[in-house]
Design a protein around this ligand. Structure first.
Ligand SMILES: *Cc1c(COP(=O)(O)O)cnc(C)c1O
Length: 388
């Protein structure tokens, strides 16, 4: 029996983090670009840091263990990981995607993917039939690209159903697992071939470092990714690798606390005057509640909600004091985002309207602050007259 996930976040799969010289607890930062060879045709195991670096290797082993992957590459950002992933596809390929993806992913697909002859279509993948119809409509479909819960409308896609669909049509199944992190969800164990992460978010956890991961399920795909990775130079720096190792040590306690705060905030928001629908996967009335429970170990800490008027949405953004009006998510600090202007600003307006990304939609990433303080801050920002 291997270690539990809390232990692996700190010590890795085989206690690898205890093997440092001098018994050092902290992972040494190998701040070096290159490595001297002991002789002709010989190597210490490391030759050049774009390809591999001991600090980064330790981080990659930890994330490989957390995701139950065959291999993981640590990249300089989530978008860098996605860029490596895109290179796996040949010109002419078509990809069916969850319709409300992270806006940056949509931008990359439109700006880079399509220039390389890869086309994309968007479907409500929380509806299995809609996903299959999209695949049928495009005979060149080679991959499914899924985010669950989705961003920002928190739709839940059944990953096992997507695996069955991928098997029927011979597709690569790729999942962006940023929102739940490997602490709550492991898409590879549910049948995904690849997992993409923005390590900037929950894995790093402190809103201070950009990072990304691409985890692969099998040896052949891993070898292709390693080749693309060293060729493109998407590598995470040794220092940032150290910060991610440090962040991941507290992933379980942060995720639990953030989830606890999020549930309290979601329940409270439901009752407030001036607030409409609250979208949180952990509320039993959420349409994806059961599917999420069947495939994940938690609901995370991302909440979206509608205000009654655009003015109130703007007022909240301007009046929050403890909570910051900022892009990003997953860190110990609570943040509120205006998806229409920020994360999804590059998504075409008609698509935004269809998805419900309106001028009344706000997205909260709940941190680990005191629950009462968070409620008080949101309360004063929403308005004076509280309680429905
Ligand atoms: C932030 C984010 C990304 C992009 O990651 P960066 O680290 O910002 O490059 C991709 N997917 C999701 C779901 C994200 O939240």
């Amino acid at each position: 029996m291997g270690y539990g996930i809390e232990t692996r976040c700190i010590h890795g799969e085989e206690g690898i983090t205890r093997e440092h010289a001098y018994g050092a607890m902290g992972t040494p930062i190998y701040q070096t670009a290159t490595f001297a060879h002991p002789g002709v045709g010989r190597s210490t195991g490391y030759d050049y840091s774009r390809e591999s670096n001991p600090t980064r290797s330790e981080l990659e082993k930890i994330v490989t263990s957390l995701e139950g992957a065959y291999d993981t590459v640590a990249c300089s950002s989530g978008m860098a990981a996605l860029a490596v992933c895109l290179e796996l596809l040949d010109p002419g390929a078509h990809v069916v995607c969850t319709e409300d993806l992270y806006g940056g992913s949509v931008r990359m697909f439109a700006a880079m993917g399509e220039r390389h002859g890869i086309t994309f279509s968007y479907a409500d993948t929380s509806d299995e039939r809609a996903a299959e119809e999209a695949v049928r409509r495009h005979p060149g479909t080679k991959a499914l690209y899924i985010e669950t819960p989705s961003n920002p409308t928190m739709k839940v896609t059944d990953l096992r159903a997507m695996r069955r669909l991928a098997d029927r049509y011979g597709l690569l199944l790729i999942a962006d697992n940023t929102f739940l992190s490997p602490y709550f969800q492991n898409p590879l164990e549910l049948g995904a071939d690849l997992v993409v992460h923005s390590g900037t978010k929950f894995l790093g956890g402190h809103n201070d470092t950009l990072a990304g991961f691409l985890c692969s399920a099998d040896r052949e795909t891993a070898a292709r990714i390693r080749f693309l990775y060293k060729t493109l130079g998407a590598s995470l720096s040794p220092f940032d690798s150290f910060l991610l190792i440090r962040g991941i040590k507290t992933l379980p306690v942060r995720m639990e606390r953030q989830q606890q705060n999020a549930l309290a905030l979601a329940r409270w928001l439901r009752e407030q005057k001036g607030i409409g629908k609250v979208l949180y996967v952990g509320l039993p009335e959420h349409p994806g509640y059961e599917v999420n429970r069947g495939q994940a170990r938690g609901s995370g800490s991302m909440i979206s909600f509608y205000t009654d008027t655009p003015e109130r949405a703007k007022r909240i953004l301007e009046r929050v004091r403890l909570i910051s009006y900022a892009e990003s998510l997953g860190g110990v600090e609570s943040l509120v985002t205006y998806p229409m202007l920020q994360t999804h600003g590059d998504v075409p307006e008609d698509v935004r309207r269809r998805l419900g990304i309106t001028d009344c939609l706000l997205r909260l990433s709940v941190g680990i602050e005191n629950e009462a303080d968070l409620l008080a801050d949101l309360g004063q920002a929403i308005g004076e007259e509280q309680g429905k």
